[in-house]
Design a protein. Sequence first.
Length: 343
Amino acid sequence: MSPDGPLERVSTGHLPDDATVTTLLQAAYALHRDVRDGHVATYIPQLARADPGWCAASVVSVTGRSFDVGDSDERFSIQSVSKPFVLALVIEALGADRARELLGANATGLPFDSVTAVEVHDHRTMNAMVNAGAIAASSLLQEVARVSPGTSVPDTEAAWASARDGLSAFAGRRLEVDDDVYACESETNLRNRGIAHLLRSYGRIHCEPEVAVDLYTRQCSLAVDVHDLGVMAATLADGGVNPVTGERVVSDGTCARVLAAMATAGLYELSGDWLWEVGLPGKSGVSGAVLTVAPGKGGLAAWSPPLDAAGNSVRGQLVTRSLSRALGLNVFASNPDPHDVPP
Ligand code: GLU
């Protein structure tokens, strides 16, 4: 079976058996691991140290079966792939309608850290997958802490604990901040601080701007491996229940809204191209991760540091596209009904 097969392959149930998934994952990885296009991100100095040859992928089914290939033991900072999960926590705390009102649900068509996008759109934050909306989402983490069990004072540290604990529940293990990335990004995140203050001027941020950016920078600095991201994606695919730990992390309704946000803007301004090619909600980050969700079936994660001009991992996109096609995961693909069953 070719890992770059045609779109017509359609899966209606679960992922195939273990041997088939293993074969397809290894074939997709082998096909793209030697691609040399793209450049490692340098605007956060710590990321510039990444080995451009690193490449790994993971598939985790909604029944908890997992398959990893490549440099799956290497850890990297989660970066923007944290955004859907913080959005999920905010939706749980505030409700979907209020979260949409405060953060937005539409694409900007502009780069993820665009200041222009804040100025030209009356909504300002636009969506939680770009930095403006994500920093605004982080500014609501005290509201998440307020509804978290055991929180007496929802201060900045309680807000951070809610984020770290929430993302850890998605991953099924306790995630820790990479202190070097956090320190380095805290020194260089002037643009994000500018966005936060600009949002404050429009009344679109909900705690002190510097606190919101600090929470956002910490969440971006959490260290993960590709398997963690596979489990996190599978939790979104499984209606909010982590299929490995069995813990309900968020509701099924929250997952559906998060996947809508990912489909709209998860791969920066190339999200339309991504949907065209892959047909699944995804989220990328500048450390080279691409996390993708096949609702009701499983999660895919691919990681390789060299990025395209928009900031998406070149090999990560190729491996995911091959897997989506080979496993028949495109949510827009259908075959004509054979009409052999009476209506
Ligand atoms: N922490 C990074 C930033 O805000 C995340 C960027 C990304 O992964 O898109 O610049």
